[in-house]
Structure formats: C-alpha cells, structure tokens
Design a binder for this molecule. Structure first.
Ligand code: ZN
Length: 133
C-alpha cells in the first residue's frame, strides 16, 4: 500500500500526486514551522503546478477536520478510558496532542486534498521530458 502508484503513498509522504517522484514541499520536515505549508511551484519531474487554482488549498480545511478528529481518538482512549482521567484532563490531553501534531495534520490535509483532484500517472515524467526535448 505504501509504494508508488497508491494515493496513500503521496498523502503520507507529501509526494507529487501525479508522478510520486519528489516531495511537494520546500522542506521535508513539517516541524520547520516557517516552511510547514510552503510548496514548490511545480514538480520538477512532471511539471505539475501544485496550486491548481488560486486559493486551492483553502479547501483542505474540509479534510483537516476528519484528520484532526482521527488524531483526538488515541489521547481520548489513553487518558479517559485507560487511565480513567477526568474530562478536563482528557480535554488537555486532546488539545496538547492537536497542538503537537498540527504541522503533520496541516500537511496531511493538503496532501489528501490535492490527491482528490490529481491522480497518479506512471508515464507523467516520460510525457513531460519527451515534450521538452
Ligand atoms: Zn510530479
């Protein structure tokens, strides 16, 4: 599942959704907060322009909601169910988890959003290089 050609590969690793050859981001580390959501303009392998339209990634907010919810389940289960913590303590655990994982949630949301609109094309690099010679 986590190999080139699968959307999950592009979503989890932030790879170009069309060719899966390189990362979309200026910096691979999401915790470099100045560049967390900064994308390269184009993919240098297949020339996909990542901003499909102006404000394209605003729509990733729709995706960030369920992803954020998924990140709240483990701290809830650990603190409230396993450790029998109070609801206030559980709230702090969930809030802390969301703050710590915010850069990852932001990137996963953007990756999932662009993967809704762009599909993998195994010949994308070949098509791009053949038209530029
Ligand atoms: Zn590409």
């Amino acid at each position: 599942m986590l190999k080139k050609g699968y959307k999950l590969y592009s979503i989890l690793l932030g790879e170009c959704p069309r060719c899966h050859e390189e990362t979309m981001y200026e910096n691979k580390n999401p915790y470099k907060l100045k560049t967390t959501i900064k994308l390269n303009e184009n993919c240098s392998s297949c020339n996909l322009h990542y901003h499909l339209e102006p404000s394209f990634f605003t729509g990733s907010m729709y995706v960030s909601y369920p992803i954020g919810i998924a990140f709240t389940v483990p701290p809830f289960l650990i603190s409230h169910v396993l450790c029998s913590a109070s609801l206030l303590t559980t709230l702090f655990a969930i809030t802390g988890t969301l703050i710590v994982f915010l850069p990852i949630i932001a990137r996963l949301s953007r990756n999932a959003w662009i993967n809704i609109f762009v599909s993998y094309d195994k010949d994308a690099v070949e098509k791009y290089t053949s038209t530029n010679q």
